[in-house]
Structures are given as structure tokens and as C-alpha cells.
Design a protein around this ligand. Sequence first.
Ligand SMILES: *[C@@H]1O[C@H](CO)[C@@H](O)[C@H](O)[C@H]1NC(C)=O
Length: 405
Amino acid sequence: MLFLVVTILSRSHADLNVYPSAGVLFVHVLEREYFKGEFPPYPKSGDASNDPITFNTNLMGYPDRPGWLRYIQRTPHSDGVLYGSPTAEHVGKSTVIEITAYNRRSFETARHNLVINIMATEEFPLPYQAEFYIRNMNVEEMLASEVLGDFLGAVKNVWQPERLNAINITSALDRGGRVPLPINDLKEGVYVMVGADVSFSSCLREVENPHNQLRCSQEMEPVISCDKKFRAQFHIDWCKISLVDINKVVPVYVTRPDPGSGVLPEIGEYNPPPESLKSRDYFSDFIVTLAVPAAVACVLFFILGYTMCCRREGVKKRNMQTPDIQLVHHNSIQKSSKELRSMSKNREISWPLSTLPVFNPVSGEVVPPIHPDNYETTSMPLMQTQNKQQQNTQNDTKRKEKYLL
Ligand SMILES: *[C@@H]1O[C@H](CO)[C@@H](O)[C@H](O)[C@H]1NC(C)=O
């Protein structure tokens, strides 16, 4: 019975109704605090109030959200935010969003429904729309009602309209911006579109004058008199401001090709290729690929043969053309080098003194001679082998001492 009451209670507070207006920015915060109460305290409790919680949001019965509704949660320890701008075509239908919260520590889930009833507004759409690019904000920071309120206050101050609304917010990352480096607390940047009912103030138009256009093209900051109204909190890139008067926008009709009935036109019968293949003459291919290169090779063979065999000059002719004195000189050099070579063959090898057998001064043992051909042992210093043997003898004496004790 109690269980039933609890479920009915939770049902009744599970469906939350909101009534945003078409053409106005809608923001709904999924508060961690609110969902934490849904998760029973975890038996082996750590700090339960700090459980990581993530959210999944989707249109009821579908895997994703409707196209106009976007969602952001920076970390599992921050609140999630649903935001977007519904348009007139969404008016009248109530949109049920399923919100599933996951506790990432206990793996429990809680589900709530958010019913969005989009209302029509009389003055939609506001005719004068300005989009600002704010460099020092992330989208979820801008969505906080007090920050957005401050920004709208500053805009109202410099524009002085009767009515002013935030229309849309877009992260700069969605417009080709880059993820900032994790230094100096750099932010992604955010585009905020606002709409008003009076024409743009002179201050908002200052960026259009030639002097500021020049500065923008040289990537310098333009001089805007009302920038100081924003400066304390918002760094606005005035070069990227866009001002649109929707009454003056010429509608663009995209001409698409006529899709047609979907049935292909008649093109007659299909004729498959015949089964028996025509024979093909490969003679010209043979001439080009084999006979011509072979002929060229033959010609080359005969030219080379003639020059190598019939026009050979030989040693005799060479000697005849060389002066006698050079030949005698050359002969004597050859002779003496031959003699040297034959002498070196029967020379007796005498080992250098350092490679002769030595006594180990400690053990009295004869260290084998180090053969000069054996590079591994020659590169090893003589002292090392001695040290090892010294250590061994030391260990031996220690062992002996132990026995004595
Ligand atoms: C709001 O911005 C998003 C992203 O830039 C865009 O897809 C959407 O069409 C915009 N909505 C309106 C009503 O301008």
C-alpha cells in the first residue's frame, strides 16, 4: 500500500510541464541536486552527495531529441542543460522528453518526463535580429539565467528596444570553431542571437563604418563606443556581429529538380552480349611487343660483336705505343713489390710482451694468455678478472670465519 502511494507520488512529480514560447530561447537545467534524491543511499557509502551523474535525453518513443532541442553537460559533476529555440511550426504539439539520470557510482537510474508545450507568441518573430560572438564564454556558462540576464541587460542598455529576447545560442564549436588549448582558462566562445522590435542603434552599426571595416580586415579590434558596457563581463568580437532585418531579407527559394514519378522511362529491350566470342588477330601485337625489340637487340649484338672482336687492339700494340723508359720503370716496381710480399709470408710471428702468461698476485694462479685474435677477451680489461677473483677469495675467508664462530 505504502509502495503504491510512493509510486503515485513520484509519478505525479515525474511529469514536469514547461511552456516555452516559439521564437524565444528555451533553457531547462537538469539539476544534479534534484536527481540525487532519487538514488537510495549506497550501502558502502563514500561521499554520496558527490556521485557522478550523467543524463540521457530523448523524445519519448524515439532514440534522440527533436532537432531544435540540444543538450550539454560538461562533466558528470555539473548540471546538464537542455536548450534550443522552438519555431512556429512546433506550436500546439506537446513534446514529451524522457530524461534518464545515471548514477555512475552505483549504476542506478532514475527517469523523469519533461513535457514541453510550445506556445505561440503574438510578436513572433521579432524583426531586428543581432547575433553577437562572445569570446570568453562556454555555451553552458552563457545558458545560466543570471549570465544571460546580464548580457540581455547590457544589450538593452545600448539598443533601447521595447522588447528584447534571446533567440538562439550556439557554441562556436558548432560553427567550425576550435577547441581551445587548456591554458589561461581559454573558452570555446559562443554565438548569442537576440531579437528586438526597434531598429539597430547607432552603436551597433559602428562596426559598419569604413574605419572599423579596415581594422577588422587587418585583424585589429574595431573601436566601438559602447563596448565598455560589455567589457567587464563579456568580450565581444564586434567584427563577427551580424545584424539582420528580417523584413528586408529577400527570401531565397531553392530550386530543386523535379523528383518525377519514380518510374524509369521505357528504354526498350535488354540485349545481352552474344555467347560465342569473336576471334581476335594478335599479329600486330606480336610485332610490336616481340619482333621489333628482338630486331633491335640483334643489331646491337652485331655492332657490339664487331667492336669487341674485330677491332681489338691488344697488349702488344699498347706496349709499342708506351715509351721504353716507362715500361722499365713499371717493371722494376712490380718486381720489388712481389719480393716484399714473398718475404712477408715466411716472417715469424712474435707475440707482444703484454700477452704473455702472468701470475695472479693474490691467488698465485697463472692467468691464461690473452690471444690477440680473440677480440672479446682483449676488450675486457685485465683488472676486472683479477677483481672477481679477489672477491671470491674474500667470500671464502668470510665463510671460513662463520664456521669458526
Ligand atoms: C539555432 O542555432 C542552431 C545552431 O546554429 C541552428 O541549427 C538553428 O536552426 C537555430 N535556430 C533558429 C530558430 O534560428
